[in-house]
Design a binder for this molecule. Structure first.
Ligand code: BEZ
Ligand code: FE
Length: 279
C-alpha cells in the first residue's frame, strides 16, 4: 500500500495514520467508526450534494443545542441508537425489570415524598394510584430503594418544558421503600406527547414520514445500595403509539395495566420492579 488515498484503500489509509502510542480502546472505536462510515458512503454512492445536506443537518443540530435542549441526543433517540446503547449496557437476567431510555426531562433533586403522597401540583389530569414492590431476583423485598418518578402533565408537557406555567416539581417526586419493599404514590394517568419536533430532528422525522409521538408513560429511576440502577418507564396499555414510539423505548414487559379505580382515584396501576445485584 502506497499510503496515498484511493477509493479502494480509503479505510486502511485513514486508519494507518493512527499513532502507535494511542489507547487500545480509542484505536478500536475509531478504526471501526472509519470502517463503517466509509462502507456507508460506498454502499449508497453518496453524492457531493447529499454530503452537503448531511453537514448542514449536523450543523443545524449543533446550533439547536443549549443548556435546555440536546438535539444530538434526540437524534440518537429517533435513530434507535440510544436504545441500542442502553440495551448493550443493561443486559439483565430473565425476571429482572428491563431498562429503557432516560429521556431529556429528568431533573435531579426532586422532593422526597412520603409513601402514598401525590406528585401532582397543577390539579390537572385523571388521577391514578401507583402501587407495587421493589424486589430482588429471588422475590425478596428491597429496603431503602429510592424511586424517582416523573411524567408529563395532562397537557402533554413536562414541568421543565413549561417553567412559567407549571410548578417546578409538578409530577415529580422521590419515594424510599421500607423493609417491606412496598411503594405507593398518587399521580396522573400520563398522556402521549410529541418529542420536541421544532428543530432539525423533527424535520427529519417529517421527511421520513414518521410521527414524533411517544406513547403515554411514567418514568422511574430506581437506585438501591448493592443493586444495578433501573432507568425505565411503565407504559399505558392500549396507547395508540405503543407500536410506533418515536424513540423505540417500548418493551413488552414494561406495558402496565391501568384499571379503573373506585373512591377518590380514577385509575390504579400495579407494577413490581425487580433489581439485579451488582458484582
Ligand atoms: C421522554 O420520555 O421523556 C423522552 C425520551 C426521549 C426523547 C424525548 C423524550
Ligand atoms: Fe417521557
Amino acid at each position: 500500500m502506497s499510503g496515498y488515498f484511493t477509493e479502494k484503500s480509503s479505510t486502511d489509509t485513514v486508519n494507518a495514520r493512527i499513532g502507535d502510542d494511542v489507547s487500545p480502546r480509542l484505536r478500536e472505536v475509531m478504526e471501526s467508526l472509519v470502517r463503517h462510515l466509509h462502507a456507508f458512503a460506498k454502499d449508497v454512492n453518496l453524492t457531493q450534494e447529499e454530503w452537503e445536506v448531511a453537514i448542514d443537518f449536523l450543523t443545524r443540530t449543533g446550533r439547536m443545542c443549549s443548556e435546555e435542549r440536546q438535539e444530538f441526543i434526540l437524534l440518537s433517540d429517533v435513530l434507535g441508537f440510544s436504545m441500542l446503547v442502553d440495551a448493550i449496557n443493561n443486559r439483565r437476567p430473565a425476571g429482572a425489570t428491563e431498562n429503557t431510555v432516560l429521556g431529556p426531562f429528568h431533573v435531579g433533586g426532586a422532593p422526597e415524598r412520603a409513601m402514598g403522597d401525590t406528585i401532582v401540583q397543577d390539579g390537572k389530569g385523571e388521577s391514578c394510584l401507583y402501587e407495587g414492590r421493589v424486589l430482588d431476583l429471588d422475590g425478596n423485598p428491597i429496603e431503602g430503594a429510592r424511586i424517582d418518578v416523573w411524567c408529563d402533565n395532562a397537557d402533554g408537557f413536562y414541568s421543565v418544558q413549561q417553567p412559567d406555567l407549571q410548578p417546578k416539581w409538578n409530577n415529580r417526586g422521590v419515594f424510599t421503600t421500607a423493609a417491606d419493599g412496598l411503594y405507593s404514590f398518587r399521580g396522573i394517568k400520563p398522556v402521549s406527547y410529541p418529542i420536541p419536533d421544532d428543530g432539525p430532528v423533527g424535520k427529519m422525522l417529517a421527511a421520513l414520514g414518521r410521527h414524533p409521538f411517544r406513547p403515554a408513560h411514567m418514568h422511574f429511576m430506581i437506585t438501591a445500595p448493592g443493586f444495578e440502577t433501573i432507568v425505565t418507564h411503565t407504559f399505558v396499555d392500549g396507547d395508540p403509539y405503543l407500536a410506533s414510539d418515536a424513540v423505540f423505548g417500548v418493551k413488552e414487559s414494561l406495558i402496565a395495566e391501568f384499571k379503573p379505580h373506585g373512591g377518590d382515584t380514577d385509575w390504579h396501576c400495579a407494577f413490581d420492579f425487580v433489581m439485579v445485584q451488582t458484582g
